[in-house]
Design a binder for this molecule. Structure first.
Ligand SMILES: *[C@@H]1O[C@H](CO)[C@@H](O)[C@H](O)[C@H]1NC(C)=O
Ligand SMILES: *[C@@H]1O[C@H](CO)[C@@H](O)[C@H](O)[C@H]1NC(C)=O
Length: 431
């Protein structure tokens, strides 16, 4: 543990909302703990000044909650008195969890927005990470005036300012699904799908939309409606949240095909894959997969001719479901429920990386629950048929997430917080 007397700073409650590149503020979290769990016990004899969590002094790593009256003037060191609580175990584990190096990318209050949700992330071919989210202006609800925004990080420098991708017309612009796509000349751009109403129903649906960026995400074209490409039952469906993925395998008959998936269209929750063979000019929609599958994410499996794997939210009782398709999206079989892939009834993500022996490595992130907590990344070395026990990224409240393969590392953009899962969206290196 690298926390010492530097564990001070600020008494504000909650996650830091400053723009820039803050870590989740671990000292604030530890102080909050003291104010909730020690202060009430000693306030009667020690006063109710807000407390400070510190190690208990030279030569000792034990953490305590101190009343300010026991500390030196700059509140960095214990001096004397018995106005403190010994809380080593609880504070140490809180701080260790907090110190898992999650960088805050979006947090409630940034640019005066009430809430940021539904993370999605890609890396551009020139090495910029693009973190997308819904900027929910008035509250955290699914159906307010919600914009799609992003922050860019070039070459591992700080995250840049919040940029507008699609500014809401008053409806809930939902589910940023970005894709890096190459045209036949090898020039890349970013294609992004979203819809204009969250949790639609047959009497109340939004539009399916797409927009492009040709400058690495700095600016975006006016979004164009693509609803008419969907059969009536799927109109207004919500894409992903997932990434669009393109078949880039040289010589493959389907080279250039771009795949997305969506659910909850006009006729309920039926899930469909959809794709384009002409760089997004037209879209073809596949057969419904069934209504018990909710938010899915798909990837291409290099070891099996770029066939498609899809990993879906279901209900907590069922666990996560997987589908395998051939590259033409003929479904190989029924949904598969992999042992050990628990689901808190929450969106999760997968990415596929080609292993050194040409095998498919599949990473999956999701909140393993039971409620929206314990965001965990699991790894499969057999194309998603079995997974390891995984890496716990955030034990506390955590919900939607998306993985990214930067080449050097596996990154995760995740919803997380201390009191609830929607306080911030953070980035962590997980592999
Ligand atoms: C990252 O750095 C490389 C090498 O300096 C440069 O070619 C590339 O354009 C940079 N990428 C971005 C997104 O700025
Ligand atoms: C790969 O998939 C394509 C598209 O379905 C198909 O035409 C081709 O025959 C497949 N190749 C192999 C080796 O299976």
């Amino acid at each position: 543990m690298k926390f010492g007397v530097t564990l001070i700073l600020g008494y504000a409650l909650g996650v830091s909302t400053a723009l820039g590149n803050p870590k989740l503020d671990c000292s604030t979290i530890a102080n909050d703990y003291c104010n909730l769990n020690c202060l009430p016990n000693i306030a009667g004899r020690c006063g109710s000044d807000l407390m400070v969590a510190l190690k208990d002094g030279p030569g000792s790593d034990k953490m305590r909650c101190y009343s300010p009256s026991t500390l030196n003037d700059d509140q960095t060191k214990y001096v004397d008195g018995d106005c403190y609580c010994t809380r080593d175990e609880a504070l140490t584990s809180l701080v260790e969890e907090c110190e898992q190096d999650v960088e805050t990318v979006f947090a409630s209050g940034m640019d005066n927005a009430a809430c940021y949700r539904i993370p999605s992330i890609i890396q551009t071919p020139d090495g910029a990470l693009l973190a997308f989210a819904e900027q929910r202006l008035s509250d955290c609800g699914d159906n307010g005036q919600n914009n799609i925004v992003l922050r860019r990080r070039e070459n591992r420098s700080a995250w840049g300012e919040i940029l507008m991708v699609a500014e809401s017309d008053g409806t809930a612009y939902s589910n940023a699904n970005p894709a890096i796509v190459y045209d036949s000349d090898g020039k890349w751009s970013i294609l992004l799908h979203f819809d204009t109403m969250n949790n639609p129903s047959s009497t109340r649906i939004g539009k399916n939309m797409q927009t492009w960026s040709n400058d690495g995400g700095k600016t975006w074209e006016e979004p164009v409606e693509i609803t008419d490409f969907f059969p009536p039952a799927s109109q207004g469906c919500m894409p992903g949240p997932a990434l669009g993925v393109q078949n880039n395998v040289e010589g493959h008959p389907l080279n250039g095909r771009i795949y997305f998936n969506c659910h909850s269209g006009n006729a309920g929750n039926d899930h469909v894959m959809y794709w384009s063979d002409d760089m997004g000019k037209t879209w073809i929609v596949g057969e419904p997969l069934g209504s018990q599958f909710n938010e899915c994410m798909h990837g291409l499996l290099p070891s099996s001719n770029s066939s498609v794997i899809m990993n879906c939210r279901t209900t907590a009782a069922m666990g996560r479901a997987e589908f395998f398709f051939d590259p033409e999206l003929n479904q190989d079989g029924e949904a598969i429920f992999v042992e050990g892939l628990d689901d808190a009834g929450c969106m999760g993500s997968i990415i596929v990386r080609e292993g050194e022996g040409g095998e498919d490595i599949v990473y999956q992130s999701n909140a393993v629950g039971p409620s929206r907590t314990h965001l965990t990344v699991k790894k499969s070395s057999d194309s998603g048929k079995t997974f390891d026990a995984g890496l716990l990224v955030w034990e506390g409240p955590s919900a939607y997430s998306m993985l990214v393969d930067t080449g050097d590392e596996i990154g995760l953009l995740l919803e997380l917080g201390v009191k609830g899962p929607y306080e911030a969206i953070g980035y962590a290196v997980v592999g």
